[in-house]
Write a protein that binds this ligand. Structure first.
Ligand code: ATP
Length: 584
């Protein structure tokens, strides 16, 4: 229960409702006690009449009517209290689930990029949905059933002992066995359900990937192979489901068997005691009802224990993430205004997870108002360079400064707020184009959105869609071309009007004319901004104030376009190669 202590803060938060729920649960359980007493009493009256013990038919009739009305009344009250009990305890568990999901999601967002590299998306998803769901079972149903069971037990068993102690002993003897068996069964069911769940998630992932990659599957004509893969997985899933069904099938017969044993004990021992004149006839019937009434709560003891165990395991997994500290810490509380000068001093960077050294001894600086172009082969470290400016990773060797201040000594939100970053793979949300652009600036007006789209040379494309800026993207909406996506992503960065603009090879999918248009627009709006353009194309770099060429994480050339085309080396070769490609 150590891990579940974390949940106590929520119990405290909702203590009022919870307390009401517990009181109502106890009252509901007490009300359940009355019905068997009234039935027993009714039977005693009938028995007295049948054995001719001086009771008239009309007296029997009026007693019966009174008892029937009492049964209806108490049952209705018990039902009402049960309803209120669910409305309080179960509703509280839903509130806790909601709070917990929000806390987990907020923590996910706090955590750094390296965390996402180390943990699979499926795992992150299951902690926020399945694990939180299992913890909810502890905060709601487990508490509700435990309270009902404890109350019923205390009230019913005390009453039974008071009425007929020996009969009670025989009647409840099989109950602990039932509880233990149900517990063992619940554990077995849980184990098998976990395997079934794993198969289900593999099946879902397989189907999802197949649908996403359907064009590749069709183009390569591998439908049959894909189908075989699916059949193999579903075969496994079927077998595990059958395994589970076998254990689940034991649950009810086992319960019925043990209730039967208890019932036989009551009838046999009760019958003998009745013959000996030790108890009333009605008591036997009363006990039979109590035994049946107690069976479910007893079975639930086993079920609840396994529920709590699962919740404990789930909360442990949730706590692991909640206790995780972001690798990137904000060490400066107050906001620090950023002007935009970027300085790299002998900076080397190795990715912690792969040990790949992506940057080696890199030094350069860019002033506000200047544009730096970074050119280099794939894997030369260009994207890494931009990610370091956004402090997605911390630098261990050398120094990275903004406005001559080490990046770590600046407020993290100020740094990120000052950057408009366009990543290599433009990611757009399944929302309208307008919201995707506004993502860069929540309070932007429609005019700002259009202006940004014009600067990113995508306005004409957008108005060409029948719903214009309200066109929904993603699975349920239209699919933009690679170049359109890149330009919407550029518009998103432009609308933010940041001090620093970082473009990671984001003009690769647009034609050279559009590229020129965008670069021309950027030139106009970036007079007071620091701009870094990463590219494979000389055309993107040629107008920059400075160009650096990276190879294997090292700067091998730097200068202006004119200087570099007159220097033997990578840039000159690339320039001539791309010039001849253009002429072809
Ligand atoms: N998140 C990461 N974790 C570990 N290694 C990485 C990560 N990202 C990049 N690398 C490695 O770092 C090196 C530099 O990669 P980077 O993405 O910076 O190159 P790039 O010049 O931007 O390449 P491209 O032009 O193909 O985008 C590569 O060897 C790459 O495998």
């Amino acid at each position: 229960m150590k891990e579940l202590q974390y949940i106590n803060r929520y119990f405290l938060k909702y203590k009022g409702r919870l307390l009401l729920g517990l009181i109502v649960t106890i009252i509901a359980a007490i009300f359940k006690l009355f019905v068997p007493i009234i039935i027993g009493d009714t039977l005693n009256i009938v028995e007295q009449y049948v054995t001719g013990e001086g009771i008239t038919l009309s007296e029997v009739k009026s007693e019966l009517i009174k008892n029937i009305l009492l049964i209806i009344g108490t049952t209705l009250l018990a039902a009402l209290f049960t309803f209120i009990m669910r409305q309080t305890i179960i509703v509280v568990s839903r509130y806790i689930e909601y709070d917990l999901k929000n806390v987990v999601f907020k923590q996910y967002e706090r955590l750094s990029l390296s965390f996402y590299k180390q943990n699979r998306t499926g795992d992150l998803m299951s902690r926020i949905s399945e694990d939180v769901g299992k913890v909810r079972m502890y905060t709601g149903p487990a508490i509700m059933y435990s309270t009902t069971t404890v109350t019923l037990f205390i009230v019913v068993i005390s009453y039974m002992f008071y009425t007929a102690p020996l009969l009670t002993l025989y009647a409840i003897l099989p109950l602990p066995i039932l509880s233990i068996l149900v517990y063992k069964l619940s554990i077995a069911i849980h184990k098998r359900s976990t395997v079934v769940q794993q198969y289900l998630s593999s099946l879902t992932t397989f189907a999802q990937e197949s649908f996403s990659g359907i064009s590749v599957i069709k183009a390569y004509g591998i439908e049959t192979r894909t189908n075989d893969g699916f059949i193999e997985l579903s075969e496994g899933s079927k077998e595990k489901n059958i395994d589970l069904a076998k254990v689940q099938a034991l649950f009810f017969p086992l319960m019925v068997l043990l209730i039967g044993v208890s019932n036989i004990a009551v009838v046999y021992v009760g019958g003998k005691q009745f013959i000996d004149g030790l108890i009333d006839f009605g008591t036997i019937v009363e006990f039979l009802i109590y035994v049946n009434m107690l069976t479910w709560p007893v079975a639930i003891v086993g079920w609840v224990s396994s529920m709590v165990q699962q919740a404990e395991a789930s909360q442990k997994r949730i706590n692991e993430f909640l206790n995780e500290e972001p690798a990137i810490q904000n060490l400066v509380a107050e906001a620090t205004p950023i002007k935009g000068k970027i300085t790299f001093e002998n900076l080397s960077f190795t990715y912690p997870d792969t040990n790949i050294t992506a940057l080696k001894n890199v030094s350069f600086s860019v002033n506000p108002g200047e544009t730096l172009a970074v050119i280099g082969n794939t894997g030369s470290g260009k994207s890494t360079l931009l990610e370091l400016i956004g402090r997605l990773y911390d630098v261990e060797h050398g120094m990275l400064k903004l406005d001559e201040v080490p990046l770590k000594d600046l407020n993290l939100d100020s740094v990120r707020g000052a950057i408009g970053y366009v990543p290599q793979d433009a990611f757009l949300f399944s929302e309208s184009i307008r919201s995707n652009i506004k993502f860069g600036k929540e309070d932007a007006s429609d005019k700002d959105v259009i202006e940004a789209a014009k600067l990113a040379a995508v306005h004409k494309n957008i108005v060409g869609f029948s719903k214009g800026y309200d066109t929904v993207l993603g699975e349920r909406g239209i699919t933009l071309s690679g170049g359109q996506k890149q330009r919407v992503s550029i518009a998103r960065a432009i609308i933010k009007d940041p001090k620093i603009l970082l473009f990671d090879d984001c003009l690769s999918a647009v034609d050279t004319e559009t590229e020129e248009e965008i670069l021309g627009n950027l030139h106009k709006i970036s007079q007071d901004k620091t701009t870094i353009i990463v590219s494979h194309r000389v055309s993107s770099a040629k107008n920059a104030d400075k160009i650096i060429v990276l190879e294997d994480g090292q700067i091998i050339q730097q200068g202006t376009h004119n200087e570099l085309v007159n220097q033997d080396g990578y840039y000159k070769e690339l320039f001539h190669k791309q010039l001849s490609e253009k002429e072809m």
